[in-house]
Design a protein around this ligand. Structure first.
Ligand code: GTP
Ligand code: MG
Length: 292
């Protein structure tokens, strides 16, 4: 039997953390649920404890990465970990699906993909950037590159140096892949409460974007990260004006690969970007008159 510990980072989640903990306690092989209350100003810690979690309270807000690190430090040495966001509520009961491949030894890390309820969430800029970084660096194509719902082999997670804040997830994938870990993305019927399209929602996603950028830059270097960010933004802007272009895979990065300019030195990146953009813009111009 696998001995798994679930770690739930929580910040001002008194509304959902109780249901999340209750659900996690029903997952086979999960012998301990640790909630790391990251300096919340609401009753997150009390609600989590009442639902049966072991609660670690951080005196001040230190961010998601540090919260998970505190959970790992208090976990002993389990065979496997589940990392589960506090806003999953009852759907966290499905976490066994994520754990199974790790428990069976068929994956070192699994990542849950699931659909956000309609009406919330952002426009996918940060997600698109993260997906591009991971595709370029690891060859993985992930639908949800920033999903916080993961299972990992215990020794693997304990051996990784975690990134700060919301850089946690992209860093986990980059670092696990750099150790040749086997990583699978699995569809699980989780649901969460996405932040909205209001000011605080955009501020939240901007913070996520900053953290993701920082974690990527510290691992693959600033110039490459900037290049991938620009490529991602350009590709996004062009494909949102012409949705079909996305399907045909004509993005800047693909153009660079066709030109065999991928994995180049920095001067070549700049050249590649110019050439990739140039040919792309020319082909757009050529296509325009015949289009409806
Ligand atoms: N430790 C810690 N956890 C946080 C912090 N902010 C959010 N979290 C937790 O991180 C998890 C994910 O946060 P969410 O706010 O749901 O973010 P998200 O789902 O990635 O992004 P949205 O879809 O835009 O809402 C939840 O368990 C939060 O409670 C923080 O400052 N510190
Ligand atoms: Mg969420």
């Amino acid at each position: 039997m696998t001995h798994a510990v679930a770690i739930v980072p929580a910040y001002d989640r008194a509304d959902t953390v109780g249901a999340t903990v209750t659900a996690l306690r029903t997952v086979p092989d999960v012998l301990d649920v640790i909630v790391v209350d990251d300096g919340s100003s609401d009753r997150t810690a009390a609600v989590a404890a009442a639902a049966g979690a072991r609660v670690i309270e951080l005196a001040r807000n230190r961010g998601k990465g540090a919260a998970i690190a505190a959970g790992i430090a208090a976990s002993g040495a389990p065979d496997a970990y589940l990392l589960i966001d506090a806003d999953l509520g009852r759907t966290a009961a499905l976490a066994g699906e994520l754990l199974r491949p790790v428990a069976l030894g068929t994956a070192d890390m699994t990542i849950a993909a699931f659909e956000s309820p309609p009406g919330g969430g952002g426009f996918g800029f940060v997600k698109g950037f993260a997906a591009r970084v991971l595709r370029a660096e690891t060859g993985l194509t992930l639908a949800e590159p920033l999903s916080g719902q993961r299972a990992l082999r215990g020794p693997l997670l304990r051996s990784l140096e975690l990134a700060d804040g919301f850089g946690l997830e992209i860093a986990l994938t980059l670092d696990a892949a750099s150790r040749a870990a086997s990583i699978s993305e699995i569809e699980v019927g989780f649901s969460h409460r996405p932040s909205g399209r209001d000011l605080s929602g955009f501020a939240h996603r901007a913070r996520i974007g900053r953290h993701v950028y920082r974690a990527a830059a510290s691992r693959i270097g600033g110039p490459k990260t900037i290049y991938l960010l620009i490529a991602s933004l350009v590709s996004r802007a062009l494909s949102s004006r012409r949705p079909a272009s996305r399907k045909r895979g004509r993005d800047v990065h693909a153009a660079l690969r066709r030109l065999r300019l991928w994995r180049p030195s920095w001067p070549q990146w700049r050249l590649g970007l110019r050439q990739g953009l140039g040919s792309r813009l020319k082909s757009r111009r050529r296509r325009t008159p015949s289009e409806p």
